[in-house]
Write a protein that binds this ligand. Sequence first.
Ligand code: SF4
Ligand code: SF4
Length: 81
Amino acid sequence: MIRSFGWINLSLGYQEEKMPHRINEECINCGACEPECPVEAISEEDPIYVIDESVCVDCEGHFDSPRCIEYCPVDCIDLVE
Ligand code: SF4
Ligand code: SF4
């Protein structure tokens, strides 16, 4: 008798290491970064703008370097290690 087993999609080995970014307290709320994010990970919060780290893809597949950092006038976006 042939039994069929359902495939369990574990996606093992595909867990790419993402390097999300985080806005620090130096943010001046200029809003320049928000429209530049290709995955809409940035939003205006109180008291400063916030990057959703579960959404940020480090601009991989969109730009050669993090777009938000490029547009931030006060250099307040850090890489989350
Ligand atoms: S690094 Fe790219 S994907 Fe991540 S928040 Fe900045 S602009 Fe968005
Ligand atoms: S560009 Fe920089 S200063 Fe302006 S809202 Fe974004 S993180 Fe804040």
